[in-house]
Design a protein around this ligand. Structure first.
Ligand code: FAD
Length: 504
């Protein structure tokens, strides 16, 4: 160990972010012998966790795999289910629905995305089926079927990905056991003060209500919306994005399990926000995300309860938030991960993804005791890029909708959007091309799902697709569609898959 190596990493907070940070750090140092830095996590049962993060994106699988977690055991222990994407109801307009599935719209043809060829055919072929028929994830979701993609060679029928729904409280507990088994220490206590070093303003220690003092070289702020270290101690400014993402409240309530269990999240747009439905094995997660300027809390609760598919198991729990992010998530020897670093809103299940990416970057740029500001600058640059591109992707849902039937939707139609998003929309509208501004963010098929799903049809398409014979193209599309439908028809139902591969 160099004399400047980290001796102790202190994680403040034991919600999803805290334990998702502790687990890979504990794994990283588990084999480091005497040189291993201590990993200490402080959490307060008096404060509790948000714990509503129940839907994820496909990279969660790589995160779990990197920890060596057995996928079936994980789904069993977290009462999880499989997620192929999100069904959006009433978003483009009332009565309309579309699916944002994980995966592409069929394999590329002559190096051009299949949906470009579909755009071309759609102008001339009268009975062309909808583009969603070439998204395997969408066809599976609509048929309520699930199986994992087969084989390593991309084919029409395995071009999809999946993620999970799970009980966030159970997941944090699972990771806690994992981290503690690999040497992480858990401290229960309420932090009441943060001690700064006079010479450089680094955090020296956190002080607990019972008088204990916990020193460290590096502090990870996972204290949730409180942002104890990054906000209060380091005073990193908060960039408020609520003009663009106006929802600021949520009511969450569990309800009885739905049958059959659907392999997707449902998001239904409402007058002042939207409602989620997340199917788990033991219950259904529901929530109404809304803007309090446009609806009272009581009316929002009525909307939520009125939109349930099964009997509520509790009274709705209220949550408040401001969308936005810390300008700098890493300042001196404090790195913010999770809600302390920012919150967009749960429309595309991006919070846990942002946690995973922040943890990955923390490990990539793990400092020594100097915590050189250049490392912080690079971490902050990458996180800023990801936060902004995710913000734009979520704002796209609100901006492109044709709904004008309530104050919220009229506000969204008129609201100014960042130049980055305006450029992406205008490029697609005029040319049918997709601009990806952050390679770590949502990829081309996701943007296309949203553009198409919300009703934006471009004025043009990629001219190179005209090189292919039209008749042959129609036949190719028909064959691929048939292969997809045939494969999906042979898959078990989502319930059966869980019964066979998870519960067994
Ligand atoms: P928290 O869960 O708030 O944990 C904070 C921790 O800090 C707690 O352990 C607490 O004890 C500790 N703490 C705070 N102050 C002190 C103190 N003074 N002393 C000691 N300990 C302290 N994400 C998704 O990916 N998918 C979703 O579907 C999703 N849905 C969401 C829906 C809503 C309405 C909201 C608000 C969020 C949603 N999220 C979702 C986000 C997700 O819930 C959070 O990103 C995730 O739970 C991480 O939270 P956290 O660990 O940062 O904070």
């Amino acid at each position: 160990m160099s004399d400047q190596s980290l001796r102790k990493i202190v994680i403040v907070g034991g919600g999803t972010a805290g334990w998702m940070t502790a687990a890979p750090l504990a794994q990283l140092f588990a084999g480091a012998g005497a040189a291993r830095p201590e990993v200490v996590l402080v959490e307060s049962p008096d404060i509790g966790t948000i714990g509503v993060g129940e839907a994820t994106l496909p990279p969660i699988r790589a995160y779990n795999r990197s920890l060596g977690i057995d996928a079936a055991e994980f789904v069993r222990r977290t009462q999880g289910s499989f997620k192929l994407g999100i069904e959006f109801c009433d978003w483009g307009r009332v009565g309309h629905r579309f699916f944002h599935g994980f995966g592409d719209f069929g394999p590329a043809i002559e190096n051009r995305s299949a949906w470009q060829h579909w755009l071309r055919l759609q102008r001339t072929v009268d009975d062309l089926p909808p583009y969603e028929d070439w998204s395997v994830a969408t066809v599976m979701a609509r048929a309520n079927r699930f199986a994992k993609p087969e084989g390593d060679t991309p084919s029409a029928a395995n071009a999809f990905a999946f993620a999970y729904h799970f009980d966030a409280g159970l997941y944090a507990a699972y990771l806690r056991d994992y981290a503690v088994a690999r040497g992480a220490q858990r401290v229960e206590g309420l932090i009441v003060d943060v001690e700064l070093r006079p010479q450089d303003g680094f955090v020296a220690a956190v002080k607990l209500q019972d008088g204990r003092r916990i020193e460290g070289d590096l502090f990870i702020d996972c204290s949730g919306f409180r942002a104890l270290l990054i906000g209060e101690a380091m005073a990193s400014p908060f960039e408020d994005w609520s003009a663009l993402l106006p929802c600021n409240s949520a009511l969450a309530v569990p309800s009885e399990r739905v049958a059959p269990l659907t392999p997707f999240t449902r998001s239904t747009a409402k007058a002042a926000g939207w409602q989620w439905r997340i199917p788990l094995q033991h219950r259904t997660g529901n929530g109404h995300v809304y803007c309090s300027s446009f609806i009272s809390d009581d009316a929002a609760a009525d909307t939520l309860l009125g939109g349930l598919d099964s009997r509520a198991l509790d009274t709705p729990r209220q949550l408040r938030f401001t969308t936005g992010r810390r300008k700098a998530g890493w300042v001196k020897n404090v790195v913010a991960i999770g809600l302390s670093s920012g919150f967009l809103e749960p429309l595309e299940s991006t919070s846990i993804q942002l946690i995973m990416d922040a943890v990955g970057r923390l490990i990539q740029f793990l400092p020594d005791r100097h915590c050189k500001p250049q490392l912080a600058a690079e971490f902050n640059r990458l996180m800023a890029q990801q936060y902004e591109s995710t913000r734009d992707f979520i704002a796209l849902h609100y901006k492109l909708t044709e709904r004008r039937d309530s104050e919220l939707w009229r506000y969204c139609a008129a609201m100014p959007i960042p130049d980055t998003l305006a450029h992406q929309i205008e490029l697609f509208r005029a040319t049918g091309r997709v601009a990806i501004l952050d390679r770590d963010g949502f990829s081309e098929p996701s943007w296309v799902s949203l553009y198409f799903g919300l009703g934006l049809r471009p004025e043009a398409y990629d001219p190179l697709v005209d090189a292919i014979d039209g008749g042959a193209l129609v036949q190719h599309f028909a064959r691929v569609r048939q292969a997809i439908h045939q494969t999906v028809a042979g898959m078990p139902s989502h319930d059966d898959y869980i019964a066979r591969h998870v519960k067994a």
